[in-house]
Design a protein around this ligand. Structure first.
Ligand code: WQD
Length: 325
């Protein structure tokens, strides 16, 4: 298949491109390079620098015999989305609308969408399954849910076939070390821990140690980007002969902030200095999910998402001089 991957130079996108190329697909990357890394652009993929806000460019790209689109181009910082919702409306909503409309014009009817755990909001029960109520608590999560709803309508009205993949906490780097470009100004726990291990940061904050969890710190379901990437390839191939679907991509296993810090100290052999500070607003105590649906529909299961493998794969990129394998 000839697959357009928007955001294909980004953190998750570059891993998805790797797996698509490996599976024998022809890949066209569209990325505006606002968060993408030049060194992550796959040498066997065609690269177009551009934004989903550029309708004329989209029209041109979609006219090139594209069979399917994997759409990852979006902003993803939940906190920022509450301060600058307009940025998220523009990129995540208008950009996706433009992309879908260009696809409809050129009769491209297969779409894999990068959705998020953020569509659920506070978990009402655990593990979260796909039937859990959808009540996002930040504007970012709202944009992902709005697109999911749009996809259902386009499915009904235009015959679009889509997969909405709700990622939980994406983490790790390619286990075969083919992706090197680090995320710019990371805001998530694992890259921050890595930056403390390299000495780039002297210390870090732990947001609360009085949650009702095993050690009082927040528990999350970390999923390796290689596992996310394999799910995209399977989703794309599944849609060739089957109907649209929406699934969680997670492990069902939770690790606390202190689990992460302690395991990172073991992997990196560095001391991770931290300070316990107040809880971060909007953080649930625990968020874990079941991926039973992804297992049933796609025959997918995570292979690289244990905490040790995730952290080792990150340390290989953050500190390439020392080989810790
Ligand atoms: C993980 C845990 C923090 C930083 C976010 C988005 C979500 C999704 C994934 C895209 C929590 C704690 C963190 C730090 C800390 N994104 N923490 N100190 O908040 O679970 O999810 O990324 O779809 O929408 O909200 O991830 O990595 O920020 O936090 O103690 O400096 O680490 O409180 O318990 P989060 P995270």
């Amino acid at each position: 298949m000839k697959v357009l991957v928007t955001g294909g130079a980004g953190y998750i996108g570059s891993h998805v491109v790797l797996y698509l190329v490996e599976a024998g697909h022809e890949v066209v990357i569209l990325d505006d390079m606002s968060l993408g890394c030049l060194e992550n652009i796959h040498d066997q993929a065609e690269f177009i620098e551009g934004s989903t806000l550029d309708e004329a460019m989209l029209d041109n790209v979609l006219s090139k015999n594209i069979d399917a689109v994997v759409h990852l181009a979006a902003f993803k910082a939940a906190g920022e989305s509450m301060i600058h919702p307009e940025k998220y409306s523009k990129n995540n909503l208008n950009g996706t609308t433009n992309l879908l409309n260009a696809m409809m014009k050129h009769n491209v009817m297969t779409f894999v969408f990068s959705s998020s755990a953020a569509v659920y909001g506070y978990p009402e029960y655990l593990p979260v399954d796909e039937d859990h109520p959808l009540k996002p608590i930040n504007y970012y999560g709202y944009t992902k849910l709005a697109v999911e709803n749009m996809l259902k309508w386009y499915g009904q009205l235009k015959g679009l076939k889509f997969a909405a993949l709700r990622y939980f906490n994406a983490a790790g780097y390619d286990v075969k070390r083919r992706v090197f470009g680090l995320e710019k100004s990371p805001q998530n726990l694992l890259p921050i821990v890595m930056e403390v291990a390299t000495g780039q940061r002297k210390t870090m904050n732990v947001f609360g140690n009085d949650y009702k969890t095993k050690d009082g710190t927040g528990v999350r379901d970390y999923i390796h980007v290689n596992d996310l990437a394999s799910a995209h390839v399977k989703a794309l191939e599944y849609l060739q002969d089957n109907d649209s679907f929406t699934v969680n991509l997670a492990t069902g296993e939770g690790y606390s902030v202190l689990d992460v810090i302690h395991e990172a100290e073991a992997v990196t052999e560095k001391k991770i200095n931290y300070t316990i500070v107040d809880r971060r607003p909007g953080d649930p105590a625990e968020l874990i999910a079941t991926s039973k649906q992804a297992n049933v529909i796609l025959n997918w299961a995570p292979q690289f998402s244990d905490l040790n493998t995730i952290l080792k794969s990150m340390w290989n990129v953050y500190n390439p001089e020392e080989n810790h394998d």
